[in-house]
Design a binder for this molecule. Sequence first.
Ligand code: BEZ
Ligand code: FE
Length: 293
Amino acid sequence: MSEEARSGMAATGYFAEENSVETVNARMGKDVDPRLAKVMASLVKHLHSFAGEVELTQEEWEFGIAFLTRTGQMCTQERQELILLSDTLGLSMLTDAINNRRPDGATENTVFGPFHVEGGPVRQMGDEICLDGKGESCLFIGRVLDLEGKPIEGAKIDVWSDNAEGYYDVQQPDIQPKWNNRGVFITGSDGEYSFIGIKPVSYPIPDDGPVGEMLAHLGRHPYRPAHMHYMVRAEGFQKLVTHTFVGGDPYLESDTVFGVKKSLVAPFQRVEQGDTLWRSDFDFVLARPDQTR
Ligand code: BEZ
Ligand code: FE
């Protein structure tokens, strides 16, 4: 069909399979915010294209609506099933990549996840964050640097991880001590940080809801490879939200939320003589707001 015929059909305002996108998008008002107009027109175009490509059946459409309804209904203050859906479809990591294009040498971002808690306890360098006495102790140590290799003073490093059984404290408020495996550290003029936690273990994302059902139907496991979460903030630099991953983890190449980047796989070395069983060295390199790719 010619463009002319297509737009003519849209102009009537009547809907037909052949002109569905144009008809819907032609309803948009004239004074709509330009960014909203661009995002919504593209969303309609791709949604219609998807339905046409798979020849969506009525039953599938109904199943999809029921699935999204259940996913929304599962959301509470503690459980965000819709973000989990975005994570497992790779949308969270794609959005993160689009919004954090950094030059070579800067530490890469990865998925934030649902288990961060703002306002964690500020601790002294070298302090222990594991409060339940479980797991294999590990020294986490390194520096926060700028792209020229200079130490950053006053960087706030917020860290969090699961416990030795694979659960965050907020998932087990009646079992784990509050703030277990969490802490905030502030760098001095040397940019150095260090703390004692546990060597993280791999764990399944919450899979007792619609997202877990979806993964099972798709033949996918719900596991994330072992990692330590970091959020590093410093005045005059881009916020860094990242993890370090334990090298050798069996799920590194099949992380259910696609969060692994090669540059974030950190060494975890067994300590022969020392206060901890393991040691992991990792420097964080922050980019300034104008340092993009
Ligand atoms: C996490 O690493 O804490 C996480 C990330 C995405 C979904 C679920 C958990
Ligand atoms: Fe995690």
